[in-house]
Design a protein around this ligand. Sequence first.
Ligand SMILES: [Zn+2]
Ligand SMILES: [Zn+2]
Length: 313
Amino acid sequence: MADSRRLTADRFFGGTDRLTILKQFLGYLGGENRSMSDAVEWLIKNTRASSPKTIKRHLSFLETIDVIENTGGTLLPGRTGRQFLETDEPRVLFDTLHENVAGFETILDALQSAPLDDEALMAVLNERGPHDMKSPGVARRHREWLAVLGYVKADDGVVRLTDAGVALCNDLQRASGQDRTSTTTDRSSTPPGESTSVSELFNQAKQATPTTTGTSTVERQQYSRRDAVREFALADADGVCQGCGSDAPFLDKDGEPYLEVHHLYRRADGGADDPENVLAICPNCHRRVHYGQNGQAYNAELREIAEERNAKL
Ligand SMILES: [Zn+2]
Ligand SMILES: [Zn+2]
């Protein structure tokens, strides 16, 4: 069966408070004529968002799934956005994600059999769906939405269904072949808010085993620390170079924006593999800082950018 849905979901701002922020934002858009720049300004003021480009990308995703609409430059809550405002029902958002993005049902179905981590969820998406990924970024963004909606929980990287998630699966199975109707899930038993926000990634990177030298066990630990730091930097940049502010120049083989992780203080100079010590930058900026005539001065600029970022964390 041909599946014309998109393959990826975008995040929205607010981390674990994503739904609260989304509601407040929709409320704001429901006020008088809000332009794109009003919306960008509101999000910069009320969330950790800092890049207008990232904001516009996330807004365009919300438009794709009818949560907002753009009428001649005026932003308004869309059909689904209005429904969510009225009902406060996560299922409204799930239904629109499910209708517009492939893979949510595949993930839920797999989790019905067993708890899985993001890598395994990626493998399931590749195996059963139209996806073809090498890194679990896409699966992770799906999982984040399911977590903020209260359907899954991630503990120590292991994702499992909540009671509401089990009820949703049963409901989807009952409803398959007929129109889905909205059901009231018991949100009290499953508080939303288990998504991995950028600040949580920061904390995970901070808590990962520090780098030392030596045995192969330690090398594996180094790898996990480096991975956690890298994951934080890429999530924080969210597709936009933290040096020059350009969009990542291309998508990698997994469809993720390509950026490189730069250490502001070199590890060899005692710079720790620490989330506060990294930025994700485009290959041009990265070459500039390491090979440019004024590379050191540029690195100093990058350190200032990171200091501002670190102060917000
Ligand atoms: Zn750049
Ligand atoms: Zn570098």
